[in-house]
Design a protein around this ligand. Sequence first.
Ligand SMILES: [Zn+2]
Ligand SMILES: [Zn+2]
Length: 387
Amino acid sequence: MVHGKKRGSGRSYDSLSGHCSMIGTETGKVLGFSVRSKYCKMCDEATRKGVQAKTHDCRMNWDGSAKAMEQDMVVEMVQSIKSKGSNVGTIIADDDTTTIARLRKSVDPNIKKMSDKNHVKKNIANALYQLKAKHKKLTPKVIKYLINCLNYMLCQNQDNPKGVENGLEAVGRHPFGDHSFCDKSWCSHKENASKKYSSLPFGKPLKDIPLQTDLTDLMKVYKKQSQKLSKLGSTQGNESFNKSVASKAPKSHFYSGTSSLNVRVAASVAQKNDGQCYLIKVNNNIGLSPGVHTKRLAILRDLQARKRRAISITRKEKIRRIQLRNRRVKRNAVKEMCEGTSYSCQIDLQDHQDIVEIPSAPVPPEVHCNIPNTAKVICFDLETTSL
Ligand SMILES: [Zn+2]
Ligand SMILES: [Zn+2]
């Protein structure tokens, strides 16, 4: 199984170069990579001067549009693996390209495609945030709850399209107190109908009927994709590889005009497959004795990376990450509320700008009130509305 992923220079589709990596799901190693470049400094200079270019290591290999780069690279990589005697059975990629159709046409008509988990989740979240404009009750808290429900549901129903369909139906009903599609294994409300919803406002089910209608409609759209949703893969390895490339070839610098970019991408591949110790191997290969410090640092960095990876996949660490993120979001929301609007699209063009800061709550003075022990205790409760 492999992933295919292209990194252009940001979201602008007129980039001069792009690279693509193919990573095996079992090993996490880069099985193939490719670079497309539309521009060569030497060739360009020669054309400008109207002379013949000197012999050089020309890496210009693309004159199509930047959008078509990814497909071309994926086809090339799959073909090259095939020519070495192995077969690519399934590719995992996002749903934004026609790569798979091209692969089926030019390499292997039986090749399968899996959608990337994170892209699917992001699309669902975007659809929910769009509903938010229409429904006041759909607060960020509720959206987060729904996204969590969907994530759990998708994780538990891999290879089970019927389960995904049922789960989508349940996500449209369970938050509204209708548990007809819920399962005992995850819904405790089935046995105890009066149980509180720990993640919904006031612990109560939602009551907004128009919201429920819209949500069920949205789920119906995804229900048609149940086959796809029950077979999700991940291109996270490619994302991490792209980060490594970005550190070796920052976008703020221009490397697309020479072979520099190709070398930098290749170095990232070596680092991903062999760890930082690839530097020592390169040194050996070109007849240099690796420096003592280089060697020591490479080994140390590899150790650190292994340790970090081992810790980051433990349950405890995952919970800690979620808690940290929640705390940050909460603190930020409180601060933003107090500070008034400070940043918004075209806010400077508006007549009225709310820049008054709400002061933090005063600390009550600690005075001993001399309450006699014989005084009667009265309890009262303040009920606020959601308005
Ligand atoms: Zn050239
Ligand atoms: Zn339920």
